[in-house]
Design a protein around this ligand. Sequence first.
Ligand SMILES: *Cc1c(COP(=O)(O)O)cnc(C)c1O
Length: 417
Amino acid sequence: MADLIPTAPARPMHAPMTLFPLRHGELVIGGQKVGALAARVGQTPFYAYDRGLLRDRVAKLRAALPPAVKLHYAMKANPMPAVVGLMAGLVDGIDVASAGELKVALDAGADPAEVSFAGPGKRDPELWQAVAAGVLVNLESMRELPVLAAASQALGLPARVAVRVNPDFELKGSGMKMGGGPKQFGVDTEVVPEMLRWIAREGLGFEGFHLFAGSQNLRAESICEAQRKSYELALRLAQDAHLPVRFLNLGGGFGIPYFPGEQPLDLVPIGANLAALCERARTELPQAGIVIELGRYLVGEAGVYITRIVDRKVSRGQVYLVTDGGLNHHLSASGNFGQVVRKNYPVTIANRAASADLETASVVGPLCTPLDLLADRMSLPVAQVGDLVAVFQSGAYGASASPQAFLGHPVCVEVLV
Ligand SMILES: *Cc1c(COP(=O)(O)O)cnc(C)c1O
């Protein structure tokens, strides 16, 4: 009888997913078929991050960028301690945004000399911890200067600082804008000379500048333009510094494809642009190490969220696959983490991924809210209770960016495989 009821039309296909192989029609993560992996983890839902893909991503990026460019991992994208530990051995530095992240980075073995700490609203104890740890603080407010000076004096340790600049331009076409007009991040360009005078007066160890103009950008030309403008701005601001620039963080913003029609970022023009900037820096800022800081681009595509189907319902002709986890673990995939228009992440039925028997279905989580939607009317392999749903592109802004306590379901597990 079901075929008499018209089913809702499927939404356009999601971005193609090719990084995880299939074996006997089953998704393979970290060399293991998803069914066996779920048994090994011992529960669903879970996130799995693939070591091989993480290593591969860093290697490909390094091959595309000039060797002089230092690569930092912005760990807020995925703060799982095992992931941070792996990344600490692959990149040149870790960027933290709280004392909590600082602890994870140091526990993971990150070299404090290559850790930087950014973020608005750093509390006094966090600034003291940063000085005691010997990490670089990216200043975001005048308020931080006397606190750091006092910590430095009391501890007998230098306070290492860079100025995070709120630039007077933005990264065009970003998923999230973090520079441009009025912002809670950084210090407005116009105020930087005054801050540099204060830094000299307070005797803080000035090392350079941090500029971060946006996030989730797939347009190489926009990224190149923002990097060029950031470089020019830093060069101009450096004239007011009492010490040479040794650290120049040009930000990142490299995006990954999530949605229909999105293409992977082209690294070739970005590599060429950074090579040209490094060449200029050799004479214009001879002591400066150029840094880019990436979160999502490094880890996003290496992760999948796996959740099990607990019910299959048909409502007025539309198939609903109800899973044991949803927006409580994966707010971004539900479309509620900064997206303006909800679009489907790439999703499949992980244990039937090669099946040609397709239907249009929606995947919904167990929460009592219509926001708990992992796939809206997608073409998926026909699935049954007990099957596993995979949400791709889930390595960044997943578990730690989700309201796990909302509605009191069990928390998810994370594994690095
Ligand atoms: C969030 C953030 C990042 C990481 O952004 P991605 O889009 O994940 O690469 C880098 N730098 C700063 C300052 C950030 O706030």
